[in-house]
Design a protein around this ligand. Structure first.
Ligand code: NAP
Ligand code: MG
Length: 491
């Protein structure tokens, strides 16, 4: 297992020394230490990425050649599937089957962007038709430059790959800053880079805290773009840091995503998708459907079934078979969620189910899956992201009210609707002010489809071809082909 910094194709100790402990949230045990980087290491990593971009082969080779490296990454991830999934469970806490999805999706993501790199090689330029026939013009797409990628702890490996795969496919070079809470799996990308012979400096990985490494990365003048996933306050700080040098920035921030369930929806399916929408990955999901709006006629029945099923969810170590709810990622997040539940109670909400530390587990950051009702519309539980296994349920009467309540948020990442009336579902989907809309489901995510938010949920889109465009600049090249001289100054 690698624990050092990966800079310019070498595993190196941090300039200032020092390590960060890595904690298993199911046992509270420190099971590894990783090198803690600082601004000095970020500076070296950015210089390596800069040199690899400005002088190295990576951005200059045809996309089809980069595609070969990306396919080798995909294969190397598949070869490590079991080990990477187990590492992810230990570092983050998530149930093993979910970690298995993450790793398989990550491999698929490398393959997907390999195909787009191939496509870029086949169609590197687009002719532009001009009314003035004395000129011919074309648009070419080129790699954007040096990318600083700052990622969160909820899907540590997958979030790294969502940024690294398209950036590398486009021909960019990367400095990756994982979360200090889950630093291990991303380092495997360095080991894979070694294995597949990626040119030095194309991918650099610097672990460290947000203030010690994330901040200097977003301020570094040698970086062309920051791609960030995480919280709104940190996203705002990063955007401010990027403003000085007019860096390109893409932000994937949080949400408080609504799920509207009409009374014609099949009840058991509705309950299943509500459960999945808020309890997978312990609710630590930016797109979690944490505000559930249920039409009056089926509200009581949905609430009852939701509470019954919530109480049956097996809580425990993510490595144990049958566990569907693992520990919260850290003590701080665990405390934050319990505090949010307490505050919801103070604000008048009813805890219909859960709401406490999981009984019978004396070690680990385990919480009960929690259902809140009577949540005031102006309370933090309704308006703010809790980022844990806590769902708010509220009745509504008609479509207009549902849409109004759903869109009444400063966020706009995801939204879901359930109804057997196809036209109504499409109408509501069109009315949602959100970047990701699910009909008759919640959460399924595909590498091919755009991912990102409206409003304070972020700027830009990841995944699909939209996620590729994130890492490309567009250049016009216009040629004068006139038969007559231009003749403006020299008659
Ligand atoms: P965060 O502060 O936004 O962390 C995300 C990433 O940014 C981490 O790598 C973090 O490093 C880094 N970072 C922190 N401060 C930075 C700075 N000043 N400049 C540059 N990078 C910086 O999120 P968090 O504190 O871990 O979680 C807090 C809340 O954020 C959660 O409760 C949740 O609401 C939200 N969140 C959302 C997502 C999402 O997918 N949208 C993911 C995670 C969290 P360190 O981790 O090393 O500090
Ligand atoms: Mg950990």
């Amino acid at each position: 297992m690698q624990t050092e910094l990966y800079i310019n194709g070498q595993w190196v100790a941090p300039v200032l020394g020092g390590t960060l402990p890595v904690i298993d949230p199911a046992t509270e045990q420190v099971f590894a230490h990783v090198a803690a980087g600082s601004a000095a290491d970020i500076d070296q990593a950015v210089h390596a990425a800069r040199a690899a971009f400005d002088h190295g082969p990576w951005p200059r080779m045809p996309g089809s050649e980069r595609a070969r490296y990306l396919r080798a990454f995909a294969q190397a991830v598949r070869d490590r599937q079991d080990r990477l999934a187990a590492l992810e469970v230990r570092d983050n806490g998530k149930p093993l089957p979910e970690a298995d999805w993450d790793i398989a999706d990550a491999a698929g993501c490398f393959d997907f962007y390999a195909n787009l790199a191939d496509e870029l090689a086949r169609t590197p330029e687009e002719p532009i038709e001009l009314p003035d026939t004395r000129f011919v013009s074309k648009a070419v797409r080129e790699p954007l430059g040096v990318v600083g990628a700052i990622i969160p702890w909820n899907f540590p490996f997958l979030m790294a790959v969502w940024k690294v795969a398209p950036a590398l496919a486009a021909g960019c070079t990367v400095v990756l800053k994982p979360s200090e809470l889950t630093p291990l799996s991303a380092l495997e990308l360095g080991a894979i880079a070694d294995e597949v012979g990626l040119p030095p400096g194309v991918l650099n990985i610097v672990n460290g805290t947000g203030p010690q490494t994330g901040q200097p990365l977003s301020e570094h003048a040698g970086v062309d773009k920051i791609a960030f996933t995480g919280s709104v306050p940190t996203g705002s700080r990063i955007m401010a840091a990027c403003a000085r040098d007019i860096k390109t920035v893409s932000l994937e921030l949080g949400g408080k995503s609504p799920f509207v369930i009409f009374d014609d929806a099949p009840l058991e399916d509705a309950v299943e998708w509500i459960l999945f929408g808020i309890f997978w990955n312990q609710g630590q999901v930016c797109s979690a459907t944490s505000r559930v709006l249920v039409q009056q006629g089926i509200y009581e029945r949905v609430l009852q079934r939701l509470c019954e099923e919530s109480r049956k969810i097996r809580i425990g170590n993510g490595m144990d078979k049958g566990v569907l709810l693992g520990p919260i990622v850290s003590r701080a997040q665990y405390d934050r969620i319990l505090h949010a539940i307490d505050r919801a109670r103070d604000d008048g909400a009813t805890v219909a189910s859960g709401g406490r530390a999981a009984p019978g587990l004396d070690k680990g950051y385990f919480l009960e899956p929690t259902v809140l009702t009577d949540v005031p519309l102006d309370s933090a539980a309704w308006t703010e992201e809790i980022f844990g296994p806590v769902v708010c349920l509220r009745p509504f009467t008609d479509e207009d009210e549902a849409i109004r309540l759903a869109n009444d948020s400063r966020f706009g990442l995801a939204a879901a609707v359930m109804s057997t009336d196809f036209e109504r579902a499409e109408r509501v989907a069109a009315a949602f002010r959100a970047g990701i809309v699910w009909i008759n489901c919640s959460q399924p995510t595909f590498t091919e489809a755009p991912w990102g938010g409206y409003r304070q949920s972020g700027i830009g889109r990841e995944l699909g071809r939209w996620g590729f465009d994130n890492y490309l600049e567009t250049k016009q090249i216009t040629r004068f082909v006139g038969q007559e001289p231009w003749g403006w100054y020299i008659a």
